[in-house]
Write a protein that binds this ligand. Structure first.
Ligand code: GAL
Ligand code: ZN
Length: 667
């Protein structure tokens, strides 16, 4: 069934938004520019089922027929993100209830509670009908579940009931729940299951164990809900792949269990067009793509990609600078996207998203952005064969954990310490060094990596601790940081010195800490370099570790701030404080050299390099994600597969938002 690994371009199209007389010319124009994929249907429930039990797929049949005639393949989104009016009127249990008791009304989208019995029955029925109708259509290749899942924070009866069921399955008895959550504090003990409810309000400082479980429960509801859709699609369309379009990280929704149910993960990518964001935007974008690749640890799709100035949900952003659309499409492919689908073919003339621009403006006159898109389509189609089957393979991984993200959000530790922002900084330092990085779930198997960075493992899990120890013992280098080993998985503090289960392999214990927030402190390395640090200072007591850097300020001046311990065949670094990016870069550079990890230390600001491998053939994607032209000095001869196919030597200059794809004779 692996029909999702072609390197190709697509567009999101809403036939229901356009006069049918436009469909055919749109399809012809798509074919002309080289579009291979169209996604349709994800919000069209009111057209698929205009009245209860009256199904109408005739309009989509006609549209799909026109695409098919142009050789374009189709992905259909299940329409459950937008239950129609007749349904929410008939079955108000579909509408989520907010914590204050108010209903979240229809009219936009996302107005559906995942635990609503009516959503399950009507949602399953429309998906059943759709999949049976399209199962044999030669143009259809895959399905997208719903649209951009996120947590709904619903407090309806059914959610309350399901929350209790979920907790009963987890804890068995109420006594156990009381004990694990520590409800004895402030007389919070429950005497009866009926007292356990979703968080209706009151103080925001509710019991942290309870809050964490509520988030986990909500994620589990989305998972269960997606599973009902997947069962229907798999039963009726076993030849089609299934994906979901994830969006806007960090997400409190746990991406990984949802990803497990899918064949391929997808991401909706809207890189920031503002010139003020050029020093951060391209890097957090790179992280989003690496997070998406990590969902299934394989290549992915982009299901929506920026095509024009975004707006409609607020004032408009800047229009994408010349070259921006193209460079960011290549950035996604460079980091493992196979198919890239642009949002959207043409800007909507009606509805709330009129100003979230598509490739073509309201005028329907193709302009500069469309030209650029058509150039990328040609390039992608030319290289598609060559790149197909190539994958991203890295020596370095950052561990990412929804449990940590949520727990650290429930109880912010100190101003300035943000779990995902810290991951961003590590990732940015790596990207600036041209070091390819995977971002994977913290519970993943670590074999094959040389370097693992695991920021703030605040909730400690013995299986993960054992796997990290084993990784280091076998010769890996592990970097762990402050706020590790603080709590158990139920968000209860542990009575042992930090970093708890990782103390042994790190050869260090925290004797005291100082949450310094944004106040600038300094550390001095063994070779007398000074770097600033913020957020946190663990005062370290090395047991077997060596001191790498000491504090310069405060009553702990001279005490260890960063240590390294030899453990088995490997090494474990412990960072008690959050150093400036230059320190991260210097440490990572040193480790890359020591462990023979491919890197490019002199990349200019905004330039990214990433590599896709096919067997032993490496394709280097060189991207200038800035508004100025940039030059890269390459030590080895390179051959441009994007342009002339000739071998060059020396400096490679990239115009603003310039791109090249090269094979480099490295080894
Ligand atoms: C995504 C969504 C699309 C469209 C786009 C632009 O979040 O899936 O339907 O709304 O953003 O706002
Ligand atoms: Zn609900």
């Amino acid at each position: 069934m692996n029909n999702f690994s072609k390197i190709q371009m697509g567009v999101d199209y809403y036939p229901e938004h356009w006069d049918p007389s436009l469909w055919e010319q749109d399809a012809i124009q798509m074919k002309e520019v080289g579009v291979k994929i169209v996604r349709v249907g994800e919000f069209a429930w009111s057209r698929f089922e205009p009245e209860e039990g009256q199904f109408n797929f005739e309009w989509l049949d006609r549209a799909i027929h026109l695409f098919h005639r142009q050789g374009i393949q189709i992905v259909i989104g299940t329409p459950t993100h937008t239950p129609p009016r007749w349904l929410t009127e008939k079955c108000p249990d579909i509408l989520p209830i907010q914590a204050n008791g108010h209903t979240y009304h229809a009219g936009v989208r996302g107005h559906r509670c995942f635990n609503s019995v009516s959503l399950h029955s009507y949602g399953s029925r429309i998906i059943e009908k759709l999949t049976l109708h399209y199962k044999d259509h030669p143009a259809i290749i895959g399905w997208q579940t719903d649209n951009e899942f996120s947590l709904v924070y619903c407090h309806c009866e059914s959610c309350n009931e399901q929350f209790r069921v979920w907790l009963q399955a987890k804890y068995g008895t109420l006594e156990q729940l009381n004990q694990e959550w520590g409800t004895v504090v402030w007389s919070g003990e429950y005497n009866d299951w009926s007292q356990v409810t979703t968080p209706f309000g009151g103080s925001p400082h509710q019991n942290p164990s309870y809050q964490l479980d509520f988030y986990r429960f909500q994620s589990a509801c989305v998972e269960q809900y997606q599973q009902t859709q997947i069962e229907i699609i798999r039963r009726n369309c076993p030849e089609h792949f299934i994906t979901h379009n994830f969006h806007s990280y960090p997400q409190k929704l746990d991406l990984y269990p949802l990803g497990e149910q899918l064949d391929v993960a997808a991401f909706d990518y809207y890189p920031n067009t503002s010139p003020d964001k050029t020093s951060t935007g391209p890097y957090s974008g790179a992280l989003s793509l690496d997070v998406t690749r990590g969902i299934k640890r394989r290549n992915f799709w982009i299901m929506e990609q920026l095509s024009g100035p975004p707006g409609g949900w607020g004032p408009m952003w800047r229009t994408p600078y010349p070259g921006f659309i193209r460079a960011y499409i290549w950035q996604t492919i460079a980091r493992g996207a196979d198919t890239v689908v642009q949002f959207r073919w043409r800007s909507a003339t009606m509805g709330a998203e009129q100003f979230w621009h598509g490739l073509i403006d309201h005028s329907n006159v193709p302009g500069r952005r469309f030209e650029e898109f058509s150039q990328v389509c040609t390039e992608v189609n030319t290289l598609s064969r060559l790149l197909e089957g190539s994958i991203v393979r890295n020596d370095v991984a950052i561990l990412h954990s929804h449990d940590q993200l949520v727990a650290l959000d429930i109880q912010p530790q100190v101003e300035g310490l943000d779990y995902y922002e810290n991951i961003k900084q590590w990732h940015r330092a790596l990207t600036k060094l041209g070091i390819g990085t995977d971002v994977i779930n913290w519970t993943e198997n670590l074999s094959g990596y040389k370097l693992i960075i695991a920021p703030s493992l605040y909730l400690m899990d013995s299986t993960v601790a054992t796997s990290l120890e084993a990784f280091a013992a076998a010769g890996g280098t592990l970097i762990i940081t402050h706020r590790s080993g603080v709590k158990n998985l139920n968000n209860v503090c542990l009575m042992e010195p930090f970093p708890g289960m990782l103390s042994h392999c790190a050869g260090v214990q925290v004797s005291e800490y100082d949450p310094i927030a944004n106040s600038l402190h300094h550390i001095i390395t063994a070779d007398e370099q000074t770097y600033s640090s913020t957020q946190w200072c663990d005062i370290l007591h090395p047991t077997t570790a060596e001191v790498v850097a000491s504090y310069h300020d405060d009553f702990y001046a001279g005490k260890a701030a960063i240590t390294v311990n030899s453990f088995g065949k490997g090494k474990v670094y412990y960072l008690g404080t959050h150093p400036e990016e230059n320190y991260m870069k210097s440490l990572l550079h040193q480790l890359a050299v020591a462990h023979d990890i491919p890197h490019f230390p002199d990349l200019p600001e905004g330039v990214q390099i990433s590599v896709r491998m096919r067997d032993s053939q490496a394709f280097f994607f060189l991207l200038n994600l800035s508004r100025e032209s940039r030059s890269i000095v390459l030590d080895h001869p390179y051959k441009s597969v994007l342009y002339d196919g000739l071998t060059h030597e020396g400096t490679l200059t990239l115009e603003p938002y310039g791109v090249d794809i090269c094979t480099i004779e490295l080894y």
